[in-house]
Design a protein around this ligand. Sequence first.
Ligand SMILES: [Zn+2]
Ligand SMILES: [Zn+2]
Length: 254
Amino acid sequence: MLSLVNRGILKRISPIKIMFLNRWLAAILPNRCLMCHQHIEAEHHGICTVCLHACRYQTEICLGCGSKILLQMPFCGRCMLSPRLKVIAPCSYHQGMGHWVGQIKYQAQFAVIDVLVDALVQRILYLEFLGFIELPQVLVAVPLHRKRLQQRGFNQAWLIAHALSKRLDIPLVDNLLLRTIDTQPQAGLSGKLRRKNLNNAFELSAEFNWQRVALIDDVVTTGTTVDEIARLLQRKHTQVQVWCLARAEAPGLS
Ligand SMILES: [Zn+2]
Ligand SMILES: [Zn+2]
C-alpha cells in the first residue's frame, strides 16, 4: 500500500475509497496479524485479539495524565488538584501499539483502524457507564494544514473520526476547525518549543453552539496540540474531551 501512496496513485483516490480498497485487499489476501503474524480467524483484520489484549490497558488509568491508578476514579490525586483534559484511549503509546498507530500516518496502514476504533469504542462506553464521561454531541478531527493534506493525501485523524462517527452515531463536523499555519512536526521539540510552534496555528472557522465536543486524534503524546485546540473551544464555553487510539503518559507523571 505504501508503494502505491509513494507513487502518488492513491493521492487521487478519496480516503474512503482507500478504506474500501483496504477491506477488499484484506478479504482476498491471507488474514494475518501484523504484530505476531499468526492467522486471524475472526472477522476483524490487522491485529489479532491476543496482541490487542496484550496492548490494552490492564489497570485503571487516570484520564488526565494516563498514569496507573489503584481506584476506579476518573483522575489521580495530582490531576484532581490541577485539572487536565480527559484523554480517552484504549492503550498506552508505549505498550507496543504506538508503533502501529504511527503506521497509519506514515505507511498508510489502514488495516489497524477498525480494530483499534473498536477497542476505543469499548473504552468510551465503559467510561460512560461508570459516569466518568458524557458522550459528546459532535466529533471534530484534529485538522492537517491544507499543504500537508495535499502531500499526504489523507488525514489519519479524520479517518479515525469517521469510523467513530459511524460506530457511535455521533455526527462528525468538518470545517469547524482550520489549521492556518503549516507548523513544523512536533516530534523532537521540547515542551516550550511545541507550544511556541503551535501558537495561533488553529482557528475556529464557523460559529457553533455545542456544549460537548470530542476532539479526535491518532495519538496524544505531550498533549500540546489538543490543549491548544481545547483552549479555543473552551473560550466558547464548550466542554472538550479527547479521543485517540493511543496515548503517552504525561511527562514526569508515569
Ligand atoms: Zn497477533
Ligand atoms: Zn493524573
